[in-house]
Design a protein around this ligand. Structure first.
Ligand SMILES: NC(=O)c1ccc[n+]([C@@H]2O[C@H](COP(=O)([O-])OP(=O)(O)OC[C@H]3O[C@@H](n4cnc5c(N)ncnc54)[C@H](O)[C@@H]3O)[C@@H](O)[C@H]2O)c1
Length: 255
């Protein structure tokens, strides 16, 4: 066994890969030698990232059935294989239940939870044909512990972790491992958008850093490094796991 991770010859799809965590994952996978396909709803941003990383790009909204089916068909036609699917595309709203309109709820669940179901299902036969293969679902610490204004997001991410456990049992015997990664605070455009909603950003950043035992937010590349490991043969016995990457944030008992 070697600790060198070499994904040469492996084909990977990263949804929501134009910026943030998805981009960090795509970059690390490409560095490990994988053939990477980045997907995003943002055509311009996705193409720019694909050009910068020298990877492929497929424009699709993970909430649109036809677009997702077409994406899987394109990968099949181009590569005839898919060894890694990273369900990363996600949106967040910072609203309590009274402010969460049914349309907000539906949109968030459609992207963050049903999107994982939809893309995984569309890629299923391709993953099975490419076995050993794996799926990594990007969930969140909000699946376990959350705050009072993340009603829809917490519900969606809890669902992603629960779905991961079920899929691990169903797909494991077919040679497709399924795991989840639950980040805490990661420095991405999403994180910065949240910070912008805070009245005193410097104070909020100091407060966030103060509650993370390691004293820093994670980088997207760190999430990418873990996903790269999970995609490799070194992780062949890891199935149905949920890796929390939060610097110890959720170990803290407040009293
Ligand atoms: N940043 C964090 O602190 C953090 C923490 C925990 C979990 N996460 C999760 O990590 C994932 C990535 O988060 P991020 O911080 O990089 O977010 P981000 O907003 O910075 O980037 C998300 C990317 O997904 C794309 N996207 C959004 N909706 C899409 C759709 N319907 N179809 C295809 N692409 C779509 C966006 O265009 C964007 O490029 C999300 O699932 C998020 O919930 C983030």
């Amino acid at each position: 066994m070697s600790l060198q991770i070499n994904l040469t010859g492996k084909v990977a799809l990263v949804t929501g890969g134009a910026v943030g965590i998805g981009r960090g994952i795509a970059e690390m996978l490409a560095q490990a030698g994988a053939t990477v396909v980045v997907n995003d709803i943002d055509a311009e941003g996705g193409r720019a990232t694909a050009d910068a990383l020298r990877v492929e790009f497929i424009h699709a909204d993970v909430s649109e059935e036809a677009a997702v089916t077409a994406m899987a068909s394109t990968i099949d036609a181009r590569h005839g294989a898919l060894h890694l699917l990273v369900n990363n595309a996600g949106i967040a709203t910072f609203r309590g239940i009274a402010e969460t309109e049914p349309s907000d709820w539906d949109r968030l669940l459609d992207v963050d939870l049903k999107g994982v179901y939809r893309v995984t299902r569309a890629c299923l036969s391709l993953l099975e044909r490419s076995a050993p293969a794996s799926v990594v679902n990007i969930a969140s610490v909000h699946a376990q512990m959350t705050v009072s204004t993340m009603t829809a997001y917490a519900a969606a991410k809890g669902g992603v972790v629960a779905m991961t456990r079920s899929l691990a049992q169903e797909l494991g015997p077919l040679g497709v491992r399924v795991n989840a990664v639950s980040p805490g605070f990661v420095d991405t455009p999403l994180f910065r958008r949240w910070l912008m909603t805070e009245p005193d950003q410097a104070a909020s950043l100091a407060r966030v850093l103060g509650i993370i035992p390691v004293g820093h937010v994670a980088t997207a590349a760190e999430i990418g490094a873990l996903v790269t490991f999970l995609a490799s043969d070194l992780a062949r016995s890891i199935n149905g796991a949920n890796y929390v990457v939060d610097g110890g944030l959720t170990t803290r008992l407040m009293h």
